[in-house]
Design a protein around this ligand. Sequence first.
Ligand code: C2E
Ligand code: MG
Ligand code: MG
Ligand code: MG
Length: 292
Amino acid sequence: EAKRAGRQQYRFYSPEMNGRARSRLMLEESLRNAIEHSDFYLVYQPQIYLESGRLRGFEALLRWEHRVAGTVAPNVFIPLLEETRLINRLGDWVIREGANQCKTWLPRFGEDLVISLNVSPVQFSMPQLLSDLQRVLDDLQLRPSQLEVEVTESALMQDLEQTRKKLQQLRALGVRIAIDDFGTGYSSLAYLRHFELDTLKVDRLFIASMLDSPRDAAVVSTIIDLGRHLGLEVIAEGVETMAQRDWLLDHGCAIMQGFLVAQGMAAAAAGAFPLRVEWGALRSTPVPALSP
Ligand code: C2E
Ligand code: MG
Ligand code: MG
Ligand code: MG
């Protein structure tokens, strides 16, 4: 490393490179600090059966409470964690924390409760994912089907042979497998032929525009039908209005997630969430204000 730096001193001393390297180092340092000081936490967003209003489970969503910057969104810091490979450490924490919460909630919500955990592309490609999950399942004596792993299409498409192997291993472990942001990646149909999955999550961009755009409506109803024919659960993401909820129900979608019902909530609030949502009560109240 020193040798290389020596040879490339002109680069090392360029003010731009120096600045970039330094801010990168500072960032990595502050991510490490955040992990050590537990400045990360999970919020939980309910997943609801559209017809009955019954709670299916919660998706765990990661938050970073930065001392200066305030709450930082995962779309900002997950890529940084991936770059620095710190994602494996934090990913393990997410799995353990989410699983712990699941265990705590079983008496209240019942044995069918599902906790969905997001797994980044880098995390998905690492062997450590399996051992992390296995260890948590063993330690907590959870039923594997109480945990669901959410992976995006792009993560699956990186290396098809590896992906097939990884999905088989996850399946052998018994955890559920969901495709996140379904419809926004490539080659959806090709891998659906080969990979064994449990759940499709329709990306919220389609849900947001389906009532205005016949094309997007066609995409959503096709995904719902596809899921039904393949025996997969379909979850509509980003449902914000009763009109969207009604449309989805009419078109045979089983499960929804979105601000119509709740945003991600701190564990205490999520633990007090009702076992069943009263749609009638939601219909008569105005749509909740959206946070940015
Ligand atoms: P995602 O997995 O697709 O999560 C859904 C995102 O949509 C969440 O944003 C959620 O707050 C937001 N959302 C849910 N319902 C609505 C709605 O009705 N309207 C609108 N406008 N938005 C809604 P969030 O929490 O900012 O997460 C963004 C992404 O960051 C997630 O997308 C996921 O890919 C990633 N992420 C979150 N937590 C983790 C984690 O623990 N590990 C990894 N690797 N990635 C995570
Ligand atoms: Mg997700
Ligand atoms: Mg999503
Ligand atoms: Mg997303």
